[in-house]
Write a protein that binds this ligand. Structure first.
Ligand SMILES: [Zn+2]
Length: 411
């Protein structure tokens, strides 16, 4: 019964994803001959045709990836391979928190190995074909190894701690575990920009000159104190461009990709920075962190309830009682429920994007620099200018270019 329900949820997500992908594909194909009237001035015909091809190629790869992951999840959950592997681990290593955490970690690593072929194809075939890839094979594989080392150094001890808390704190373990995970996440928000991101990219302060003067003047004007504007060598992996905001308090910094600096003129870069400062000034980051923390609390409560229910284990071939097993099953299945919440999360994220856009336009006293920046970003990244509305509701955390331009026109 429970197994059938889990199976139905997995298949429902799979069907919804394929259906959304198909809707989007048809919508893009219907608009393929010419860009919509309002977007004519943004891309020339050749670039628009290329963006359509890029969108369709990514869609095809997505559909393969969705089906591959669904099949993998069904096999992992229902073939008996997990109870079999767990049994071997426990026989060899015992039932300590360290041993059980090792089982979870190894399962996670094995599952992520299944992503490698599609990830590799995406970078070195798809992105390559459209001129975005700049990564070498060596860099790509080094990134994977660094990611694995980080997971071992940070993720494994956190798993052990959570399982130790189950032993130490009894019925209330889930509240303590939630606190521990939350503390770890906050620590990462502070430490990642200083300690982890430099392992993958080089960050240099924006060099002296008119751009730096302009951006510092903007920081002054918006009272964005302790600001540091850094340039990241994003071009080492891809020609895609971006800007983001990271860190907390004194550690906060604004990061511009070197690719972005190459694509935009100074007022446009100022508008992008003003948008990022808008996120900060409007306290979007602590609000998102608070919501994530509340979601995490609900998640741990649910996990603890399931961990007490014998039927949850039996449905997937395990003997009841081990929280580590419940944690693994919960982790594998969480996505089939949270997927349906993504329109809500995206709706919320878009509201913040509109607010940050409005902040930027107000700070700049004109919306044109930001509009200019957004148009170039959409053009250079070959963004899909005509996503299907249902598809964008599920997958787009940012409004489309047209939506943002309309909102900027009203403000
Ligand atoms: Zn934003």
């Amino acid at each position: 019964m429970i197994a059938a329900l889990a199976c139905a949820l997995i298949l429902a997500k799979w069907a919804a994803q394929l259906w959304l992908g198909r809707l989007n594909q048809q919508h893009v194909e219907a608009n393929a001959s010419a860009p919509p009237e309002a977007l004519k001035h943004i891309m020339d015909g050749q670039t628009y045709a290329k963006s359509v091809q890029y969108t369709l190629a990514k869609g095809r790869l997505d559909r393969i990836s969705i089906t591959w992951h669904t099949a993998l999840l069904l096999v992992v959950l229902f073939s008996g391979v997990l109870p079999w592997g767990y049994h071997i681990f426990i026989q060899r290593l015992g039932e300590s928190a360290w041993a059980q955490a090792a089982f979870l970690f190894v399962t996670g690593v094995v599952l992520s190995l299944a992503d490698l072929p599609l990830d590799w194809y995406e970078q070195f075939r798809l992105e390559e074909r459209f001129g975005f890839n700049t990564a070498t094979q060596k860099l790509w594989w080094t990134d994977r190894l660094k990611g694995l080392a980080l997971a071992l150094a940070l993720g494994y001890p956190l798993l052990v701690l959570v399982l130790k808390l189950v032993e130490w704190t009894g019925d209330w373990w889930w509240l303590c575990a939630w606190g521990a995970v939350l503390g770890f996440q906050l620590l990462m928000v502070v430490l990642a920009p200083a300690l982890i991101m430099p392992l993958f990219n080089k960050f240099t302060p924006l060099p002296e000159g008119s751009l730096r003067d302009r951006l510092l003047a903007l920081a002054e004007r918006t009272r964005f104190r302790a600001a540091s504007v850094q340039v990241m060598d994003g071009s080492k992996r891809s020609r895609h461009s971006n800007a983001f905001f990271t860190g907390f308090g004194r550690f906060r910094k604004i990061v511009l990709f070197d690719t972005l600096i190459g694509q935009l003129v100074e007022p446009e870069l100022e508008a992008v920075l003003a948008h990022e400062i808008g996120h900060f000034k409007l306290k979007h980051i602590p609000k998102i962190l608070a919501a994530a923390a509340l979601g995490g609390l609900g998640g741990f409560w649910l996990l603890a309830s399931l961990a007490r229910a014998p039927w949850f284990y039996r449905a997937f071939g395990f003997a009841p009682g081990k929280v580590a097993v419940a944690l693994l099953l919960f982790g594998l299945l969480a996505g089939v429920v949270t997927f349906w919440l993504s329109p809500l999360a995206n709706w919320w994220s878009r509201r913040y994007e509109y607010q940050a856009d409005a902040f930027a336009a107000k700070t700049m006293n004109e919306p044109h620099s930001l509009t200019g920046a957004l148009r170039k970003l959409n053009e250079k990244n070959l963004s899909n200018l005509t996503p299907h509305p249902a598809y964008s509701r599920f997958y787009y955390s940012h409004p489309t270019l047209l939506e943002r331009e309309e909102a900027l026109g009203r403000s």
